[in-house]
Design a protein around this ligand. Sequence first.
Ligand code: SF4
Length: 424
Amino acid sequence: MNISSSLQIKQGCSNVPILKEKGQNEVFCGLTGIIWLHRKIQDAFFLVVGSRTCAHLLQSAAGVMIFAEPRFGTAILEEKDLAGMADAQDELDLQVEKLLERRPEIKQLFLVGSCPSEVIKLDLSKAAERLTLKYAPNVRVLSYSGSGIETTFTQGEDACLASIVPTLENTPSEELILVGALPDIVEDQFLSIVKNFGITNVSSFPSRTKNKAPKVGKNVRFILSQPFLGDTCEALEKRGAHHIKAPFPFGEEGTTMWLQAIAQSFNVSQSKFEEVTNGPRNRATKALEKIKHKLSGKSVFFFPDSQLEIPLARFLVRECGMKAIEVSSPYINKKIVLSDMEMLPEGPVISEGQDVDLQIERCRSQKPDLTICGMGLANPLEAEGLATKWSIELVFSPVHGYEQAGDLAALFYRPIKRREVLQI
Ligand code: SF4
């Protein structure tokens, strides 16, 4: 890929009218983020203050066995709490006391709000302040909402990270933060590339433990690795840090441009950039060569779910030759996805929000070769003969960066292949 030629594309879908829909939508709530966040932040515990439904969601989505002692749980609001007959704050204090006594390895406790805690207006930020005073300095207690009333599933991560930002220490030094919870293997690849550029003051957010948290200040620059981190981005900017804007690191092209944006911001020379990236770039190109002819010419329809839709559509269209019919996202924050929109060639309907019945009709009438959607829609659409991919898998799996470019394309090819086999 020629980097400068990609940078010259300055229109794409960035100015096309966005179809905005408000109606019934089919998206998981923000509690889902706990499933990958509890693996990433190794000294944290996520205590959902919610109902049995919330507990079931977490238990089944995470597939956790009882003996595994997971680092999340649900403090279930009983009827007497919901009816205001018990002081839910006192009950919560008691549960936290028991938990911290039993699990001394916990250094960060997140109280996570849910639909029921919101309905009874349980003030979890007040609880977090009170409990932080009680357990400081050993344990830091924070709160955020994962309620389905307020959040879609990837917004849970955004709300969690945004809640941590005010607690980060200040620094006057020039530093780089890679923002977004990535699988450790991908995070390590990115850190290694950036360090090879000569940028040594680099950290990840969220950090794996509290004592490795990055510092912020006006000489700190950060880049997002996930497009759903709008609140976190704003919170970091409020602390004076500078946002490096770039397309997201999916595929060879996206990863190159993302790293290029970092390199330019830190005055890394072009020769150094090429020396460090040429090897992995070539591997990514070769891996994509093997698979892209299988995707080329096939059509894809994105239902709104993870907020990864626009960057992924850009990857599928530009690097795999697919034809996007509709690219839909729960929210479109142009401040964050503008570069990807500029690179996504005009053609697909770009839609924001959802009126699920209308959208299903559009999808049926277009008969795409591949439909990316939530779990709830996938089975019925499969039964109607469409090949589907669960969007949540794209959040769990290692899909960012050069070494994963081939795997990312393969994830999209698998359902198409399965359907082809079924039709034989
Ligand atoms: S937070 Fe709301 S939407 Fe999510 S599991 Fe609990 S009740 Fe359901």
